[in-house]
Design a protein around this ligand. Structure first.
Ligand SMILES: *[C@@H]1O[C@H](CO)[C@@H](O)[C@H](O)[C@H]1NC(C)=O
Ligand SMILES: *[C@@H]1O[C@H](CO)[C@@H](O)[C@H](O)[C@H]1NC(C)=O
Length: 996
């Protein structure tokens, strides 16, 4: 037996040597060919003898592939004749239909195997001319359909068709729905011919080949469209062309939505066709006179497409190979298998079953390139994979038995034995010289794993795994070292804490000192992260204690400490209770909704280990988003209560509520809000406020109040009841049925001006009336003043302004309240009716009027006014405004900065004879947001002013002043850094690039 094995082993190494140098594929070094480029079918124009046909083929392989070609399955004599091979590509010069038509396939070959490409068909295309005979003319009646036949000449392959009218390139337009060109026959169809369709029609055909296209057209088909011959047509004035409408539907299902608007047109378009689109489609044409239908069936077919292919495999000798190739397609593709380009069929160890290939008891010669081929009438697809059959004597070098195998006393250990070997080796274990067999403590599994249970010191020692197949044998040894078991010496104890407190759970363990010990903790079986220093859990150094900081309710549960060495582990658990504020109450319901109260019911939530002490009710109305504590009955709700009344609500208002439980540890989360309820309606309980009024036109009594806000309305059908009377007479009541109303006007011819009325108001709604407000006194409308002011005096203040004063009129309280005075002024020679007017806002008997013209004489009158209007005018007076000020600014302005001061000089302004005299100068000093005005008398023509401390600048305005007012200003800008200048604003701005 041993000798035989040795023989085989020698044989194996001989084969291997041969492979490296010769033509045997070397595993892990060589790889079989895989196509990168395959030939494509081609239509070559017949008669083009000068040209060349190129069929590509390229494969990746190591060592590089060599190539052969087949035509109709027969080898092409490469290098001979007209055939040349360029890399893998076949070039045929001067192709001819008779010799070269056929199916071409490329073979790529190296020492690992051979693969065959898909077939590429070479065909020759042609298109003959149309026969020269002329075609017979055709006629059609208007409104009727007809067709013109194309009768294409002999050709290959299929043509595309278009039609010309009268001359090239006047093609029939595709978007004219009346015309249709069949791409099968080439015939032209017209629906509803029109007289102007009369003309010569030519069928235009085009052939597309891979390297050229060719077109040709027919002789003329002459079409004449005659006027409609039907008797109806004798009265053309009533001709009605009833519109035909087309509609497509799917007879056996729903029309796919991707058909879009094409379902209402002559051509149904289904993009991205899929198998689901198969079925019977029906076109219906209808108009007011009837309808007709036509049905057609769509069968969807598809070329094969891989769903599953095999992949390169390395397999042990003598084992079994299973490969599957699955392809989709319609008709259902058939599957063939090839080995090195040759068909495989079922025989001996090989079983071909459609999509499945099985080879049993694999032998070395099964190695090679495999292909599966899926084909139906629409196409063929190939998939390629390489099979390597391996042989190897057992070898532990890559995967020896562990050298040192520690194990805990009383525990168990698993020792693996995984040599490389092909075929599968038989395995057995020995301890020293003793062969190990299954016993109560020892198990050897069929795949060579050794288990030892309930270990004791005596199990320590060397364990060897032996592996053997017919190519050889090998062994590997490890040392089992028995260690002390790990034990928990101090287990954590149950703890009970309040939320927010810290807690330490203890865990100590003893272990074999030759090994490291680690501790882990789990809460309810989920391992805790003790390394995150930001988290709540921390370990105490070197020992297993667990510190939990700021414990939360969610950290309650069963904690398990595990002490672990490489050989075993030990665990202990303890329960942590975290007490905290109660959880949210549940199931909140609102019952017995009344006008100002509701009843709430709820169920208790978790007490979180501390009894619930009390509840509070929060609520909010639709007027506010804020939750507020509600008044309840009882005022304090005990912790065992599960209902309460909420009091003090507004009637006819939307509310929602929530309940919060608390215990000695605090208040918990609120319950989910209740559903929203509306309280019952009730009569108003408060009276409107802001009652007042007065004013208006003669015979009016105007009463006003503040409309009531939503929270006081208490119900719908809301309005106001207004009551008023003259003292000691009876009340008049009016109803004003609008929430928003804020004003009521009582009109009566007999009302005397400015007489006092007592007024009160109350609100009402559907449920009743509220209380009356306090009584307010409101006067009826006033009458205009009856006397005018006296002793008017007007004086000119400047060229543009006058001052007017007068003797006030006496208050006329009987008919109203004097509000102020109106001053009317108009230029001499103008009409008084066109006078300008200004009003004082109080009873001051003097006013300034500005905006006047210089050197102009004005008439002035004054009138008293109240809310009813103005009284009679006073006697008029006259006044003349002053001459205007000089209209020139001071000239020749210069300035000089010295230290923190600046001195500005200018030339005097001299008044002309029609201007008022200059009495002096005003200098306006502006710095940042501040301004100061300095008056100078007319003797001065310079001024010295302080400069700002910062580096800012100062704006100065210098103008003359006099009786007629202020003259125009000269404006200058002064800054420390600009020294001396006769400056003006535009220089300054352009210096700084602000002004161009
Ligand atoms: C190859 O086969 C096709 C189809 O059977 C045939 O038409 C063609 O003539 C053949 N080609 C040659 C070169 O024999
Ligand atoms: C042909 O006549 C129809 C009406 O019968 C008219 O709408 C159409 O524009 C005409 N076409 C041409 C090309 O004159």
């Amino acid at each position: 037996m041993m000798e035989l094995l040795l023989c085989l082993l020698l044989l194996g190494s001989v084969v291997l040597e041969e492979a490296v140098g010769g033509d045997v594929c070397v595993s892990g070094h060589d790889s079989g060919p895989v196509f990168e480029e395959q030939p494509s079918s081609l239509i070559y124009p017949e008669g083009l003898t000068e040209g060349k046909v190129t069929l590509s083929c390229q494969a990746r392989a190591s060592p590089a592939a060599s190539y052969r070609w087949l035509l109709n399955g027969t080898e092409v004599p490469l290098g001979l004749d007209r055939y040349t091979l360029v890399a893998g590509t076949l070039v045929i010069s001067g192709p001819e239909p008779l010799r070269d038509t056929g199916s071409y396939q490329c073979l790529a070959i190296n020492r690992c195997g051979t693969i065959i490409s898909r077939a590429a068909n070479l065909k020759f295309g042609y298109l003959h001319d149309f026969p020269p005979d002329s075609r017979s003319p055709q006629t059609a009646y208007e409104g009727v359909g007809t067709f013109l036949a194309c009768q294409p000449p002999p050709h290959y392959p299929a043509l595309s068709y278009r039609w010309l009218i009268n001359e090239f390139p006047n093609f029939i337009r595709k978007d004219d729905g009346r015309w249709f060109v069949s791409q099968v026959t080439g015939n032209l169809y017209v629906a509803k011919a029109e007289p102007n369709d009369t003309g010569n029609y030519f069928c235009f055909t085009t052939i597309n080949m891979d390297i050229s296209t060719k077109s040709t057209f027919s002789k003329a088909n002459q079409l004449t469209v005659l006027p409609d011959a039907s008797p109806r047509k004798s009265t053309p004035s009533i001709k009605v062309l009833s519109q035909i409408t087309l509609r497509w539907r799917k007879a056996d299902g729903l029309m796919p939505s991707k058909a879009g608007f094409s379902v209402e047109g002559p051509t149904l378009t289904l993009p991205d066709l899929s198998f689901d689109d198969e079925g019977i489609y029906e076109c219906e044409a209808y108009n007011s006179e009837g309808s007709d239908t036509y049905q057609g069936r769509i069968n969807v077919q598809a070329q094969p497409e891989w769903l599953q292919v095999m992949s390169d495999s390395e397999v042990e000798i003598s084992s079994e190979l299973h490969w599957s190739c699955v392809a989709a397609g319609k008709p259902r593709p058939s599957i063939r298998w090839l080995r090195n380009g040759q068909p495989i069929s079922t025989q001996d160890r090989v079983e071909v079953n459609g999509a499945h290939l099985k080879i049993s008891n694999l032998a070395l010669e099964d190695s090679g390139m495999y292909q599966c081929v899926a084909e139906n009438k629409h196409g063929t697809v190939y998939s390629t994979a390489e099979l390597r059959v391996q042989v190897q004597a057992p070898d532990f070098r890559l995967n020896p038995v562990r050298r040192l195998i520690p194990a805990a006393r009383g525990g168990q250990v698993m020792i693996e034995c995984r040599p490389r070997a092909a075929p599968k080796p038989s395995l057995f274990w020995s301890r020293g010289t003793e062969l190990l067999t299954n016993s109560s403590r020892v198990t050897v599994t069929p795949d060579g794993i050794l288990w030892i249970h309930n270990i004791s010191r005596a199990d320590e020692g060397k364990y060897t795994c032996f592996a053997e197949n017919y190519l050889g044998k090998a062994n590997s040894t490890g040392h089992l070292s028995v260690r002390d078991a790990t034990k928990i010496t101090l287990a954590p104890s149950n703890a009970d804490i309040n939320q927010g407190e810290n807690v330490t759970l203890q865990c100590h363990a003893s272990h074999d000192p030759t090994m490291d010990l680690t501790f882990t903790w789990a809460l309810n079986g989920v391992l805790l992260d003790l390394e995150n220093s930001a988290g709540p859990y921390h370990r105490k150094e070197n020992i297993g204690d667990l510190l939990t900081v700021n414990a939360q309710l969610s950290q309650a549960g069963m904690y398990t400490c595990t002490a672990q060495t490489v050989v075993d582990s030990a665990s202990a658990s303890a329960k942590l209770v975290v007490r905290g504020p109660p959880g949210p109450p549940g199931g909140l319901l609102v019952k017995n909704v009344a006008e100002t109260s509701v009843e709430l019911r709820w169920s208790r939530g978790y007490d979180n280990h501390s009894p619930i002490g009390k509840y509070i009710i929060m609520g909010r109305s639709s007027l506010s988003s804020e939750w507020k504590k509600m008044r309840t009955d009882p005022v304090n709700i005990e912790g065992n209560a599960e209902s309460s009344r909420v009091m003090g609500l507004m009637p006819w208002m939307d509310y929602e509520f929530q309940v919060i439980a608390s215990n000695i540890l605090g208040s918990g989360e609120p319950s989910m809000p209740s559903h929203i309820i509306r309280t019952q309606q009730a009569a108003p309980t408060v009276a409107p406020s802001g009652l007042g009024g007065g004013g208006g036109d003669h015979h009016e009594l105007i009463m006003t109040w503040t409309p009531m806000a939503r929270e006081y309305q208490n119900g719908d059908g809301f309005g106001y009841i207004l009551a008023f009377r003259k003292k000691d007479t009876s009340w008049t009541e009016v109803r004003i049925p609008h929430v928003e109303s804020s004003r009521y006007v009582y009109y009566n011819e007999s009302l005397t001006p400015y007489s006092p009325f007592e007024v009160k108001i109350k609100a009402y709604n559907r449920r009743g009336e509220g209380p009356f407000s306090q009584i307010a006194v409101v006067h009826s409308a006033e009458e205009e003043p009856t006397v005018g002011p006296l002793n008017i005096n007007a004086t000119a203040l400047s060229a543009f302004e006058i001052q007017v004063s007068w003797e006030p009129v006496q208050q006329l309280s009987a008919s109203g309240i004097l509000r102020g005075y109106e001053i009317r002024y108009w230029r001499q020679h103008e009409r008084e009716a066109a006078a300008d007017r200004v009003r004082t806002a109080g009873l001051e008997p003097t006013a300034r009027v500005s905006g006047l013209r210089p050197s102009t004489r004005y008439h002035v009158a004054v009138l008293a006014y109240n809310s009813a209007g103005t009284g009679p005018p006073s006697p008029r007076t006259t006044v003349t405004t002053r001459k205007p000020p000089p209209n020139r600014p001071p000239g020749n302005v210069s300035w000089k900065a010295h230290g923190s001061w600046v001195t500005v000089r200018w030339d005097h302004v001299t008044a002309m004879h029609n201007e008022s005299a200059v009495l002096g100068y005003k200098v306006l000093y502006k710095h940042e947001d501040q301004a100061a005005l300095k008056f100078l008398d007319k003797a001065k023509s310079s001024v010295t002013l302080p400069l700002p401390k910062d580096n800012g600048y100062v704006v100065l305005e210098i103008r003359s002043w006099g009786e007629g007012g202020d003259g125009p200003a000269h404006e200058i800008i002064v800054s420390r850094d600009s020294g001396e200048q006769s400056a003006n604003i535009s220089d300054f701005l352009s210096d700084r690039g602000i002004l161009e």
